[in-house]
Design a protein around this ligand. Structure first.
Ligand SMILES: N=C(N)NCCCC[C@H](N)C(=O)O
Ligand SMILES: O=C(O)CCC(=O)C(=O)O
Ligand SMILES: [Fe+2]
Length: 332
């Protein structure tokens, strides 16, 4: 992983980008140019950064976490009413120990959601994830709130990607064409119980699968860790009101390996319960993802990258989901 940073993740105020995001001459604005310069550096050196000035209100971000705490506090039998199964497209609640990363059980529970789509739209591959998202009866307002949140995260992700597209030296819209015109999304609502023991792995080391991840985490526990080039794990200390943003495998490929998808993991060493809502903005489900021509020309023969030449995003996702839940039947 080409993560050339030591001890902290960069903080980027993207407000100028949002103000100008529909303009044709975005880079003429000094505020935009500055945000874009920082994005480039963060994406090259780290693959992780904090986003502030993003326009999603802190009160909404907090409400999302509060309701998530409320859900996970419910008795098991209540949570199991929306249990994840292959028959519902791997959507819904999974208890602790159901999710595996690199063959090891993770110490977290979660609700998994995916963009809903018409039966048959994505053929055999898509069938695996066909189904409707499952929302609990309590808290009652949860589904409505999360629907609104997903919409805001989708718009925000598109706008951050415009900045990243500029940072790579393209037009603002390189990630909106054929491969990303109809973006898929994934959302994981995750709970990590407090522990009395050190270094329990809440989520094992992994990279994210798609384009861009937006992480909304509890403000008062430090648990997410990012690996740097030296192999040290650097903590992503919460900054209230910010999102932590990171690059996924598809953006690594599209950028011809110029930007990395960085390894990260979660260890909640706190005694208290931690929640995190991770929103994953992806390419089209059926996109055949390969380095974009413009970035192949700009960054020819980039040696650092062993970029896979061609990946169908949906296949990549489905493979990951099936490995993650290989033990689902036995353990639930
Ligand atoms: N949709 C995304 N990116 N989810 C990331 C989850 C990573 C853990 C998963 N068990 C794994 O093995 O990948
Ligand atoms: O809990 C977190 O902070 C991050 C979770 C994560 O990396 C993921 O779900 O992909
Ligand atoms: Fe992740």
């Amino acid at each position: 992983m080409a993560t050339n940073f030591k001890s902290h993740l960069p903080i980027i105020d993207i407000k100028p980008l949002l103000v100008k995001c529909n303009g044709s001459d975005m880079m003429d604005d000094t505020g935009v140019a500055e945000a874009v310069r920082k994005l480039d550096q963060a994406c090259r050196d780290v693959g992780f950064f904090y986003v502030i000035g993003h326009g999603i209100s802190e009160s909404l971000m907090r409400k999302v976490k509060e309701m998530t705490h409320r859900f996970f506090k419910l008795p098991y039998e209540e949570k199991l009413k929306i249990k994840i199964t292959p028959a519902v497209g791997y959507r819904g609640y999974q208890r602790i120990g159901v999710n595996y990363t690199s063959g090891k059980q993770d110490f977290h529970e979660a609700i998994d959601c995916y963009r809903e789509f018409k039966q048959g739209k994505y053929g055999e591959t898509g069938k695996v994830l066909e189904g409707l998202n499952q929302w609990p009866e309590y808290p009652q307002e949860y589904k409505g709130l999360m629907d609104e949140y997903i919409k805001l995260c989708t718009d925000l992700s598109r706008n951050i990607l415009r900045g990243i597209s500029l940072a790579l030296g393209g037009s603002p819209y390189e990630f909106e064409g054929e491969m990303v015109g109809d973006p898929f999304w994934v959302m994981r609502i995750i709970g990590y119980p407090g522990v009395n023991q050190e270094n329990v792995i809440g989520c094992g080391a992994h990279t994210d699968y798609g384009l861009l991840t937006l992480i909304n985490q509890d403000d008062d526990k430090t648990a997410l860790q990012v690996e740097n080039l030296a192999g040290d794990w650097v903590s992503a200390i919460p900054i209230p009101g910010s999102f932590i943003c990171n690059i996924g495998d598809m953006l690594k490929i599209l950028s011809n390996g110029v930007y990395e998808s960085t390894l990260h993991r979660v260890i909640n060493n706190s005694h208290r319960y931690r929640v995190c809502i991770a929103f994953f903005y992806e390419t089209n489900f059926d996109a055949v993802v390969e380095p974009l021509d413009i970035f192949k020309e700009k960054y020819p023969g980039d040696k650092r990258s062993q970029v896979s030449r061609r990946v169908v995003y949906g296949e990549h996702l489905v493979n990951k989901v099936q490995t993650t839940f290989e033990n689902l039947v036995e353990h639930s």
